[in-house]
Design a protein around this ligand. Sequence first.
Ligand SMILES: [Zn+2]
Ligand SMILES: [Zn+2]
Length: 383
Amino acid sequence: MAKRDYYEILGVSRTASADEIKRAYRKLVKRYHPDIYDGPDADARIKEINEAYEVLGDDQKRAAYDRFGHAGVSGAAGGGGYGPAGGGFTDIGDIFEEIFGGGFGFGRGGGRRNGPVRGADIRFDLTIEFEEAVMGAEKEIEVTRHETCPRCHGSGAEPGTHPMKCPTCNGMGQVRQRQQTIFGTFVNVTTCPRCKGAGEVVTTPCRECHGAGQVEVTRRLRVKIPAGVQDGTRIRLPGEGEPGQRGGQPGNLYVFLTVKPHKLFQRVDDDILLELPINIAQAVMGAEVEVPTLDGPKLVKIPPGTQPGKVLRLRGLGVPHLRGNGRGDMLITVNVRIPRQSELTEEQRELFGKLAETLSPVSVEERSEHGGFFDRMKEALGL
Ligand SMILES: [Zn+2]
Ligand SMILES: [Zn+2]
């Protein structure tokens, strides 16, 4: 049978623009859509329209067709059905979706017979104390998850019975359906709706899990928290997630840590910051002060003449490095507390009065022996 001229099929002139061709194609697709047009030639009609557009909608193929006729494009088009080789594929898919809103799943791989599936991961949020994050801890958590049913070992079949080959897909796990579209008939492969791809069905469901092959259980698990973790650290417990299916590996359990703030200490990376208030006499005369640290109270020497804002570094009293050896430091910022008048006894006030007479006033240009305020801030922050 002689092929009809592509321009004739689309009802456009040989000089029609690409836009005109596209518009003509859309109009025809709408008119001869299988939902609307059900003449005896419906299938052939839409195939013909599709083929014509595949060539005329593509500049290169159209040029070849104009020069050599059908011979110039044979092989590029035709063959019927959907998905011929050639550049028309995308254009047609796009237009088809534009017109009918997609939903046909073109190009999707179709359902393979489902093999082992890895279990899902579980997230567990855990709040820990500041000290636990710093020094490490062992915590117990309760996790509700699915586990392979102990009665049927995951088959879903009551012990003593066996699952049988799925009659719907004949054990293949997938079904093939012939689908009628405007591009002709093609075969659509989907996961078997009866066995969900397993290839077998349970005739006598397990009493424990009712055929699911899994049961929900609450487990107490111990989580080892390494020293040096931070707010937001994630601890992985391999294999403690949801069970896999059809022999797949179980997922992991991820414990997401939230670290409570400490009322005295602040943490910057692996250093611990502490503000230490001392009184004015301690600053002037020097002192030994008991300071809280992560390792318990420690005596710290305040040198005579210590200025407010002075940072004392206690090496190795910070947070253990999570990776590698060693620990950060403890940085103590000295804050000299000036007594309020109401806090002073009569005698103390007299003494301050005597001091005031003998001490010379401080000039605005005078900088402390430890550098200016901003310098000390920078030093403390390691800048
Ligand atoms: Zn069971
Ligand atoms: Zn099946």
